[in-house]
Design a protein around this ligand. Structure first.
Ligand code: PEP
Ligand code: MG
Length: 573
């Protein structure tokens, strides 16, 4: 029986393929006393052998696709599996206590993990503890006869189904085989959804129940444009989804014709159309889609892709590659924004009840001064390779901006005194993501060179609606008059001081929002590279004076987001 499940359309495109469950199996078990200890020791040996074989295969695949260095993490796991001291202790525990293999394994590995974790100042021991945890899970899965997902081993076309995907899970998806993903939770602006758009993987998030309705191998037809998943689709449903895909491809072909065109409105107003990136590799998408600048380089991905804090030189190389790759066009580099849904395995922070309201971004940078200064030095050194603009995220107060700017100036002075060349014309701006900053934008505008509005966060904070939570996604309202008023305040404040205002949150590429933003006088729009051409196509059809009238009416005459949407439709049809 086919079934239609609706979710939040997170990344355009369609796919028809079997489900691959990226779901952690239940690894709970009961502690039992057993007579046949030798039988349990044999079960353990069997599970160890199967785990070794599995890890060897994963290691070989990682070496082939990611390189030797990345594969070495699995060597550490294989070493745990063949550690005579640990295996001997597990066997003794099974024999001496007459317990089942699962309990013997857990008791001994817990003891080792506890011992290593207690050595808090020793990162090597912390890593060993993490390795043992991973390996224990794998051996347990074989003892219990359940399957651990191994996304790196996918070698046929699938739709990945998961409760949630972290940004690092998403980065590991192999685009050759992963044709789409569908999750239970998440919102359109969660970082996995943003990454799916830049990887051009169709995605639906926030279905609430896909993992309970589907198992490995269930056929799925995914329509990422409308947020619809057909479970066990009929031939007609498959054909309808395929047709949707063809229509989308035809539209894309039309937009592609605008790759080398200028971004001008119907009445000739030029607008800077930029793209967001997470790594230098994303420049292919930026240039392939004809973006005029990089409006947001999320540098935290550089930190997330690295086994430890990236060195000044490694960062310099990445920033230089992006600046050079843009051939003198502007590049806005945002300093590290860890926290929220982005974690660093090597920066362990205490668990927080509200990570998006917690210790993140500039708050960490101002406290972890040395780490921040390393990034600033790398940026300043790279500045001579292009047109660099530096941007600080999550600024709430003027003193925060002043402290960050002062550190930048200090590092610049040090570099200059060391004889290192630094560009003279680096613009320094802030993200407007916190309502407090939006409200006093007039004060900030006197001190910054530019604003870039991070609506992904600004909307969640203004509406008090977690951007990751599908249950409150109805409150996540870019077109709410409250948001539009804040935006107007920010843009007008920038212009009053002769500064420019851009936007790098996902709202900048939202086709209903674009007419309003053009009307509000936004100078720069930065979005997923895959949204650039459709936005250029839309802007060419808009008259900026008419859009100013639209924005004015939306702000002054509309009571609700729905009324704003209806007004936009009336103005743009
Ligand atoms: C934003 O908040 O709009 C933004 C661009 O930053 P991020 O999505 O990385 O939080
Ligand atoms: Mg943000």
């Amino acid at each position: 029986m086919s079934e239609l499940l609706k979710g939040i359309a997170a990344s355009d495109g369609v796919a028809v393929a079997k489900a691959y469950m990226l779901v952690q199996p239940d690894l709970t078990f009961a502690k039992k006393t057993v007579e046949d200890s030798e039988g349990e020791v044999a079960r353990l040996a069997d599970a160890l052998a199967k785990s070794t074989e599995e890890l060897q295969a994963i290691r070989n695949k990682a070496a082939e696709t990611l390189g030797e260095e990345e594969a070495q993490v699995f060597d550490a796991h294989l070493m745990v599996l063949s550690d005579p001291e640990m295996i001997g202790s597990i066997e003794s525990s099974i024999r001496d206590n007459k317990i089942n293999a699962e309990s013997g394994l857990k008791e001994v590995t817990d003891m080792f993990i506890g011992m290593f974790e207690a050595m808090e100042d020793n990162p090597y021991m912390q890593e060993r503890a993490a390795d043992i945890k991973d390996v224990t899970k794998r051996v347990l899965s074989h003892l219990l006869g359940v399957k651990l997902p191994n996304p790196s081993m996918i070698d046929e076309e699938v739709v990945v189904v998961a409760h949630d995907l972290t940004p690092s899970d998403t980065a590991q998806l192999d685009r050759r085989y992963v044709k789409a993903f569908v999750t239970d939770i998440g919102g359109r602006t969660s970082h996995s959804a943003i990454m799916a758009r830049s990887l051009e993987i169709p995605a639906i998030v926030g279905t609430m129940e896909i993992t309970s309705k589907v198992e490995d191998g269930t056929m799925l037809a995914v329509n990422g444009i409308d947020g619809e998943t057909f479970i066990n689709p009929t031939d007609e449903e498959k054909a309808a989804v395929a047709k949707k895909g063809e229509e989308f491809a035809a539209l894309k072909a039309e937009w592609d014709k605008l790759k080398d065109a200028q971004t001008v409105t119907a009445d000739g107003k030029h607008i800077e159309l930029a793209a967001n990136i997470g790594t230098p590799k994303d420049l292919d998408g930026v240039n392939g889609n004809g973006a005029e600048a990089v409006g947001l380089y999320r540098t935290e991905f550089l930190y997330m892709d690295s086994p430890d804090f990236p060195t000044e030189d490694a960062q310099y190389e990445a920033y230089k590659a992006v600046l050079e790759g843009m051939n003198g066009k502007p590049v806005v580099v945002r300093t590290m924004d860890i926290g929220g849904d982005k974690e660093l395995p090597y920066l362990t922070l205490p668990h927080e009840m509200n990570p998006f309201l917690g210790y993140r971004a500039i708050r960490i940078c101002l406290a972890e001064d040395a780490m921040f200064r390393t990034q600033l030095r790398a940026l300043l050194r790279a500045s001579v390779h292009g047109q660099l603009r530096i941007m600080f995220p999550m600024i709430a107060t003027l003193p925060e901006f002043r402290s960050a700017k002062a550190m930048l100036e200090e590092e610049k002075a040090k570099l200059v005194s060391e004889g290192v060349a630094v560009a003279e014309d680096i613009q320094v701006g802030i993200m407007i993501e916190i309502p407090a900053a939006a409200v006093i934008a007039d004060k900030f505008a006197k001190e910054v060179d530019f604003f870039s509005v991070g609506t992904n966060d600004l909307i969640q904070y203004t509406m008090a609606a977690d951007r990751m939570n599908e249950r409150v996604s109805y409150l996540y309202q870019p077109y709410n008059p409250a948001i539009l008023r804040l935006l107007k305040n920010v843009i007008d404040a920038a212009h009053a001081e002769g500064k420019w205002a851009g936007m790098c949150g996902e709202m900048a590429g939202d086709q209903t929002a674009v007419p309003l933003l053009v009307g509000l006088g936004l100078d720069e729009f930065s979005m997923s590279a895959t949204s650039v051409l459709k936005t250029r196509s839309l802007m060419k059809r808009l008259d900026s004076a008419k859009m100013a009238e639209l924005a004015d009416k939306a702000i002054n005459e509309c009571d609700t987001a729905d009324e704003v949407v209806a007004l936009v439709e009336a103005y743009t049809k």
